[in-house]
Write a protein that binds this ligand. Sequence first.
Ligand code: TPP
Ligand code: MG
Length: 445
Amino acid sequence: MAAAGVARAPAACSSAALNKSFRKEARAQSRVHCPFVQSKSSPLRHGGFRSEMLGNGLAAMQAQTRPVERPAVRAAGIRAVAEVVDRPSTQESPVDKQEGLMLYEDMVLGRTFEDMCAQMYYRGKMFGFVHLYNGQEAVSTGFIKYLRQDDYVCSTYRDHVHAVSKGVPSRQIMAELFGKSTGCCRGQGGSMHLFSKEWNMLGGFAFIAEGIPVATGAAFQTKYRKEAMGDETADQVTIAFFGDGTTNNGSFYECLNMAALWKLPILFVVENNLWAIGMNHYRATSVPEIWKKGEPFGMPGIHVDGMDVLKVREVAKEAIARARRGDGPTLVECETYRFRGHSLADPDELRDPEEKAKYAKRDPIKQLKNHMLEHGLAKEDDFVAIDKKIEEVIDEAVEFAEASPHPERTQLLQNVFPDPKGFGIGPDGEYRYKDPSFTAGTAAV
Ligand SMILES: Cc1ncc(C[n+]2csc(CCOP(=O)(O)OP(=O)(O)O)c2C)c(N)n1
Ligand SMILES: [Mg+2]
């Protein structure tokens, strides 16, 4: 029964139904945006190519939309995850009160952190680009809250909330964004390069797809430690998070190949928010169903409603368990949406207000709250108490960041070279490049 004043959660939608509607939409969109099919004056229709080539090309395109027969040897692994996601929703809640409130708290922490970042950015407390995660919280919370502290996370430039979910204290992240020495990278990384050794948060990366090989390497070292060095404690799982636009980058495919070949303990989690800055996913991507791209590598590919933390968590549970027990990688496509512009410098005038409104109705935080109220798992007061607690945490993070000192100037030369004194700085304490003989002996070019 819905509590007074609280909107009912949207009707639960099984992942099978979601997959179907997503595919239907994807097909319609790819027809609209394929110039070869759409344009009557296309060179494919009027010379330049033989007609049977055109026929073959179209047949191949149509074949992409048909279900692919799964190779018998790998089908078991593929179904192992797919079945869980396709299970029809039941009336019973998959979470109890404690677990549900834990998920709610983590999503509110992420959202409140980001809202505060926007305020601080516009007040000039942060510099450079700042990319917020609002709207996508169910993905971060759904996956990372199943990880252990020693599991690894690799993110993108939209990394604050992944770090928050992983456990990096908000005050350390806020201080990092303020460029202060108490930040998780001593103020040298900033918004796009959050790193924490303690929490195995491997970064923050500004180039798209840059984190995928790093994550694949992390998963490789875990497997190497276990199998080549006999370290029985090496059962850590790595998750690489990245966006839809990034899946058109070559390193994505190279890493899928290596991860499948070596059965690495890794999850490739695509946060498909439909946009890569101002480029719509369907306009830029020949086969828009990203989850399908696991199968050619013999890897399960799963599509899940990324606005529903409970569904995401179900997928996460199975895929993480799979990786941990040595059954290899999984590709997961989460259908999600960002509620703000690409970065805080983006006025966000390009996206259709109707599209924004559609996803705003599916706000993952409100959905979970409504679910818990409807299932009698929590009362309004429980949520109010959490909201208040988190506000205090974020206020304290800002106070801490404000009060922290800027790094010393000498920090600029630390961690740049193994021994800056030997390389960048000479024995006289002066920069070596100032010495006219600095390049003596190098080949003339
Ligand atoms: C190698 C590289 N090329 C181009 C860019 C510029 N760029 C920044 S964000 C972005 C779009 C990425 O979109 P997506 O992967 O969907 O992630 P989202 O921003 O939606 O989270 C691009 C192309 C970049 N950062 N790195
Ligand atoms: Mg995107």
